[in-house]
Write a protein that binds this ligand. Sequence first.
Ligand code: PLP
Length: 322
Amino acid sequence: MNTSIFGNTPLHRCDYLSSKYQCQISIKKEYFNPNQTAKDRAAWYMVKDAIAKKLIKPDDILVEASSGNTGIGIAYLAKQLGYRSCIFVTQNCSKEKLRSLENLGAKIVHCDNSNGLLDKNSTQYRAWSFAQMNRNSYYTDQYNNPENSRAHYETTGPEIWQQTSGKITHFFAGLGTTGTVSGIGKYLKEKDNGIKVLGIEPKGSILAPYKATGKVPTSDTVMEKIEGIGRKFVPGIFDTMAVDQILQVERSPTVQTALAYYQHTGMLTGFSSAAILAGLEDYCRNNTVDMRDHIVLLFADYGDRYLHSLYHSLTTKNSVYD
Ligand SMILES: Cc1ncc(COP(=O)(O)O)c(C=O)c1O
């Protein structure tokens, strides 16, 4: 398989955002990967590692717990390389992602939540127990597999550094497994420790309080639903040193931000990318940025995956359905 199809995604300046916040803002467009998502990189590294270590053999079942995108990457690789796939998702997985998984021949298992191994109804527990019970299967385990963040440390981080000629000052990414921010943040900070790395998650997720206090919060607040990001447990691969600050955003302003961005640019954003835009708004309101700053936003996927869940809820006359 020609693996040069992964990565090397474009970084484009966004005139609308640059003029709005009076600094240079560029978007790392991860939807230029083969399955239109950043998670292709993680899937590729985790499967490559399993093959190199002879952990899988032809026709084995690759198993993953996923909000959809990693599952699509794994299912794609399984189909290309002669394996099967079984993907554990929650009810929040968008119709468009489920359709892609079906088209790739994945077996899809719907679970109650994605709250981690301590909950027997979670995607993670059920994927793990499936792999325990089926000898011919392998759990890629994106929450704990170092290959997830390594993919970003070895590919996305260097790409961003080169594409900005080392001029990047701020980097924003959404937090799900934390593989993206852990890998890219580590790489960028090794290059220049002054680069500010910002993680974005929904209100009610636990990584912001965990980063701030070093403790997992005990109160169980409801988490706002933003597909792809937000956690109720700390992923094993989370590198707290790779990120300076975690901003929490709410769903409603995120949806409004997606519409405003669409009106100004004609581009649909993924749900987590819209959350990054909402986080950027908060950040620029509370911090000084100027023309010397070069902010890079990582858009993990594109809005056509969320026509029902993100854009359908917009009922103004400017809705994309008008
Ligand atoms: C659309 C989207 N955005 C952001 C993320 C978060 O990326 P990471 O898991 O690397 O933290 C994911 C993860 O699945 C995702 O699918």
